[in-house]
Design a protein around this ligand. Sequence first.
Ligand SMILES: Nc1nc2c(c(=O)[nH]1)N[C@H]1C(S)=C(S)[C@@H](COP(=O)(O)O)O[C@H]1N2
Ligand SMILES: [Mo]
Length: 199
Amino acid sequence: MGNAQRDPGNRLPPGQTLVTNFPVLSYGPTPRFNPAKWDFRVIGQVEEPLRFTWDEFRKLPISNQVSDFHCVTTWSRFDNRWEGVRIGDLMKLVRLKVDAKFVFLHCDGGYTTNLPLDEFLENDVMLANRHDGKDLEPDHGWPLRLVVPKLYGWKSAKWLRAIEFCATDRRGFWEVRGYHNHGEPWAEERYSFQEDGEE
Ligand SMILES: Nc1nc2c(c(=O)[nH]1)N[C@H]1C(S)=C(S)[C@@H](COP(=O)(O)O)O[C@H]1N2
Ligand SMILES: [Mo]
């Protein structure tokens, strides 16, 4: 095995191969960013929906976080330094209704994905606009993407425009096209057929 495959810290989930580049995985074209028209919304099971313009969003507190990234197509990239707004900081502005149990993410271009509320609220989940010290490349989600390090990469929605809190779960773009509803890399939750027999 070459250097690329070695896993000194036992941080590589089963079936994954380490890469040092940063592949682009997108379904469809990269949307164009227009700062005058862009907005970011928090909707659904909240006491009051929120809407941020680009200038308003830029005033939220900024944090850094280093995490590993695992794509279901089998590449993993270690030690990504993400900069942006921690979900914990965003949530200081959000009053959830008691019925909020799931999160559904809406992106420019129509991509969607879903995850349980408790996993969305993990400490390492971020709304990122910088990666390894640079603004995100357009292909990697500029101006804003979600990062959910503990789930496969397709949950890390690029070009994120809205977070919808939901009482019931709803499958997103890949989740209705054969990918697992949960997507936990250490359990290799890759495909929806694996959900058979799960509760
Ligand atoms: N809007 C949107 N977000 C997306 C995707 C996409 O096609 N559209 N692809 C997902 C997949 S499959 C992965 S692995 C990661 C890849 O992020 P990257 O292209 O920055 O490596 O983005 C995820 N977020
Ligand atoms: Mo992916």
